[in-house]
Design a protein around this ligand. Structure first.
Ligand SMILES: *Cc1c(COP(=O)(O)O)cnc(C)c1O
Length: 388
C-alpha cells in the first residue's frame, strides 16, 4: 500500500517543468528535426542532451525521467512500440552464433521475431517453461546471450519467479522482463534482480488506445549503451506527439489502474462462478497456481486476465462474442474500454504444450461500470446457451 501511495504521487509529479517562471502544467510538445546550437562550443560539446530530432527532444527526456522513477531505473530509452522495445533490446545481445532463452509464454509477435528474424540470422532461440525459476541456469550455454521473461505471460498468465531466475543467472547473461502487465506500478523487475524492464507503454501508460510507444529501463550503464547503440544505429524516430500522449496518460495511471484492478477482480470472480467457465487465469485469485508468488512480488493486478470456457464450438462462441456490447473484440489492451477476444495458445506453445481443451477467452476490464459489464456477460452466456 505504502509503495502504491508513493508511486501514485510520483506519477503526477515526476518529469514536470521546474522553471521559476510561470509555466504550463503539461510538458510542452517539442517537435524537431533540426536543433540549433548558438555557439561552436555548444555544438562540439561532449555531452549534448539533445542534438537531432531522431534522438528526441526535451519532451522525450521528461518522459524518460518519469519512467525511470516509475521503474526505479538509472536510465530509460524509448522505442516506437512495445514490440520495438523488445526486438531492439534482443538484437543488442543476440549476435549470429549466440543462444537466446525466451519464455514459452512470450507475447506472440516476440516469438515471430525470434523465429522469423533472429533464427534465420543464426541465433539459436530456445523457449523455456515460464515456471522454471532458478532452473534457468541449467539451460545456459557458453554462447548464451540473454534471457527474456514476461510476467505474467501473455494469454496464459503464469507468474515467473524473477528473483529466483536472477539469482540463478547470477549476472552471467542479462535478464530482460516484459513488464507490460504490471506497468511498473504493480511490479518492478529491476528491484528484484532483473537487468532490463520493458513496458509497452501503448497499454496502461498511454491508457487511451490512441498511441504506440515502448520503454526500456536499465540500471547498468554498459547494458544501456548497448541497447542505445542499436536504437540509434537503426534510425528509429519516436514522435513527440506520441510521447506527449504517453506522458499525459501516465499522470492518471494510478487512479485508472485502481479501477481496472477492482473491475478485473469483480469480473474474474463472476466468471469463476459461471458453470460455462472451467478455469480462471487471474493471478490475483487464490485459485491461480502462482497466486502466492504473485502476492510476494506484485502489489496488485490490472484489468487483464483470461478464462477457459468448457465450450469450444464456433457456433456457440460466435453467439457469445456477437452478443457482447460493452466488451469489444480487438487487439491490444490497457485503454478505457473493455475487451474480450478468443485466443489459441495451443497453436503457439512449444516448450510446455497447452493441453486445455476448452476455449481460452482473454478479457480486459475497462472503465465502464462493472454492473453493466456483468449484465453484458449474462446476456452473452444466455445467447451462447440458446445457440444451436
Ligand atoms: C502489446 C504488448 C506488447 C507490444 O506492444 P506494442 O506497443 O503493441 O508493440 C509487448 N508485450 C506485451 C506483453 C504486450 O501485451
Amino acid at each position: 500500500m505504502m509503495k502504491d501511495k508513493k508511486i501514485s504521487t510520483g506519477l503526477v509529479s515526476t518529469g514536470r517543468n521546474q522553471s521559476p517562471e510561470p509555466h504550463s502544467v503539461p510538458i510542452a510538445v517539442e517537435r524537431a528535426s533540426t536543433v540549433l546550437f548558438p555557439t561552436y562550443d555548444q555544438f562540439t560539446a561532449k555531452v549534448r542532451p539533445f542534438f537531432y530530432g531522431r534522438f528526441g527532444t526535451r519532451t522525450h527526456r521528461a518522459f524518460e525521467d518519469s519512467i525511470a522513477s516509475l521503474e526505479g531505473a538509472a536510465q530509460v530509452m524509448l522505442a516506437p512500440s512495445g514490440l520495438a522495445a523488445i526486438t531492439h533490446s534482443l538484437i543488442s545481445f543476440a549476435l549470429p552464433g549466440s543462444h537466446l532463452l525466451v519464455t514459452d509464454s512470450a507475447y506472440d509477435p516476440v516469438r515471430n521475431f525470434c523465429d522469423h528474424y533472429l533464427q534465420p540470422r543464426g541465433v539459436s532461440v530456445e523457449y523455456y517453461d515460464p515456471r522454471i525459476g532458478a532452473g534457468i541456469s541449467d539451460l545456459l550455454r557458453d554462447n548464451s546471450c540473454a534471457v527474456l521473461a514476461e510476467s505474467p505471460g501473455s494469454l496464459t498468465f503464469e507468474i515467473q519467479n524473477i528473483p529466483a531466475m536472477a539469482k540463478g543467472l547470477d549476472k552471467r547473461v542479462p535478464l530482460l522482463v516484459d513488464n507490460t502487465w504490471g506497468s511498473g506500478f504493480y511490479f518492478r523487475p529491476l528491484d528484484m534482480g532483473a537487468d532490463i524492464s520493458i513496458i509497452a507503454a501503448t497499454k496502461y501508460i498511454a491508457g487511451h488506445a490512441d498511441g504506440l510507444i515502448g520503454t526500456i529501463a536499465v540500471n547498468d550503464d554498459q547494458l544501456a549503451d548497448k541497447i542505445n547503440q542499436a536504437l540509434r544505429l537503426i534510425g528509429n524516430n519516436i514522435s513527440a506527439d506520441e510521447v506527449y500522449l504517453a506522458h499525459r496518460g501516465l499522470r492518471s495511471m494510478g487512479a485508472r489502474l485502481a479501477q481496472h484492478q477492482e473491475t478485473g477482480l469483480a469480473l474474474a470472480r463472476y466468471l469463476s462462478d459461471r458453470d460455462e467457465v472451467a478455469t480462471l487465469l487471474h493471478p490475483g485469485l487464490p485459485s491461480h497456481p502462482d497466486h502466492v508468488l504473485w502476492k510476494r512480488d506484485f502489489s496488485g493486478s490490472c484489468g487483464l486476465f483470461a478464462a477457459i470456457f468448457h465450450e469450444n464450438r464456433p457456433n456457440k462462441l460466435r453467439a457469445f462474442f456477437d452478443r457482447l456490447t460493452h466488451f469489444g473484440m480487438g487487439y491490444s489492451w490497457g485503454g478505457f474500454e473493455s475487451l474480450a477476444i478468443p485466443a489459441w495458445p495451443e497453436k503457439i506453445r512449444t516448450a510446455v504444450p497447452w493441453r486445455e481443451k476448452g476455449q481460452l477467452v482473454r478479457f480486459h476490464g475497462g472503465l465502464e461500470h462493472v454492473d453493466d459489464l456483468i449484465d453484458d456477460l449474462d446476456n452473452a452466456f444466455a445467447a451462447m446457451a440458446q445457440a444451436g
